[in-house]
Write a new protein. Structure first.
Length: 368
């Protein structure tokens, strides 16, 4: 639902009831992932999408029924129809489950409060019960970042503390997901499925080397939603004017800066200096940290020499295997802009544990 958070927040502030349709499960190939939502207000205004167009009309009608009937939340399934090309269904061949519920802002305090946190850009998770006993279906819990107050209870749900704990863990990891909770007769007999929507702080991209390639990469990284830092020890080159798309430009020795800054499993470290006096201490440290990606620019010869020097400093083989060098995918890139696409494509594939092989050479579902 975070795809339409701004509009939902406005409707909540205005006290305007609306029906919310959320994709809660996807089977096979479908246009949009779980968590994507569409909403319809009492005046018939619609926002968002659940299928990219395939079943929007049917979902719109369900939303209007929910507003008129004021009934409990319910699920609906949409899939591909072989018998009638014009039937309601997904022409891409997949199936989606949609949870449709009425939202009265006056009675949905956790959701309204969570949306307020989201639009202000604060780290927030919304734990949304999408399967289980009817009395819990559609209920939400709000979990905020460090220092915030959570809405930690749902009337009658003994597993609420576990829901909050799972949502907080996903928020720390910077990703959403679906978790199954309960089903234990001794502690929590009700089994519920919870879809956790998260707005985490932007992941970081640390670009070392104030070169032309870094300017293009910082622009590409910013476009992908990264908080980009460009770092170089040479003040004449590391200036904000040269890197207008970077969130931060730092003048410091790369390894010293990396040692003192915060990183996590979503952080991408891109070393573009291809100068041993910068590269070796920086890569030695980067490969020992719990970051998501470490890549280094340079020719094959530079790479081989770099690996030898890293071995001499004691970097173990398992860490060396994590180094993406020469950096980027084989796209034939030559310009800084093309190279930035090559690097970011590799980061996307690496973070998602995908091969980077053309889809035409693969079989099976596109989205796994």
């Amino acid at each position: 639902m975070l795809n339409i958070a701004d509009t939902l927040h406005t409707w909540c502030c205005e006290g305007r009831p609306f029906a919310l349709a959320t994709v809660v499960h996807v089977t096979g190939s479908a246009p949009l992932p779980p968590g994507t939502a569409m909403a319809v207000d009492a005046d018939g205004n619609a926002v968002g999408s659940v299928s990219g167009g395939c079943v929007e009309g049917a979902v719109y009608e369900l939303c209007q029924q929910m507003l008129d009937e004021r009934g409990p939340a319910r699920r609906a399934r949409f899939g591909y129809s072989d018998d009638d090309a014009f039937a309601v269904g997904l022409t891409c061949g997949g199936e989606i489950d949609v949870l449709v519920q009425r939202v009265d802002p006056a009675a949905m305090t956790p959701l309204a409060c969570a949306l307020d946190e989201v639009v202000q850009g604060r780290p927030t998770a919304i734990a949304h019960i999408v399967d289980g006993p009817d009395r819990f279906l559609g209920s939400t819990l709000r979990v905020v970042g460090e220092g915030g107050a959570d809405d930690g209870t749902i009337a009658g749900l003994r597993a609420a503390p576990e829901v909050t704990a799972q949502a907080r863990a996903l928020l720390r990891a910077g990703r959403g997901g679906r978790v199954e909770i309960g089903g234990d007769a001794d502690t929590c007999p009700e089994r519920v499925s919870v879809l956790v929507h998260t707005q985490a702080p932007r992941p970081r991209m640390l670009v070392f080397g104030a070169v032309d390639f870094a300017a293009a990469l910082s622009q590409a990284g910013s476009f992908l939603g990264y908080r980009v830092t460009v770092c170089d020890a040479r003040p004449v080159f590391a200036t904000p004017a040269r890197f207008p798309h970077a969130d931060q430009v730092v003048v410091d020795w790369p390894h010293r800066y990396l040692a003192g800054t915060e990183v996590d499993e979503r952080t991408a470290v891109c070393v573009l200096t291809h100068d041993a006096k910068f590269d070796i201490p920086l890569l030695r440290l980067a490969l020992s940290l719990p970051v998501g990606y470490v890549g280094a620019m340079g020719s094959r010869r530079t790479h081989e020499r770099r690996i030898d020097l890293l071995r001499e400093t004691g970097v173990p083989e398992p860490q060396l295997e994590q180094l993406r060098s020469p950096i980027g995918l084989d796209l034939g890139a030559r310009t800084p802009e093309q190279t930035a696409v090559s690097i970011t494509a590799e980061i996307i594939a690496d973070m998602n544990r995908r091969s980077g092989v053309p889809l035409t050479q693969l079989t099976g579902p596109i989205h796994r």
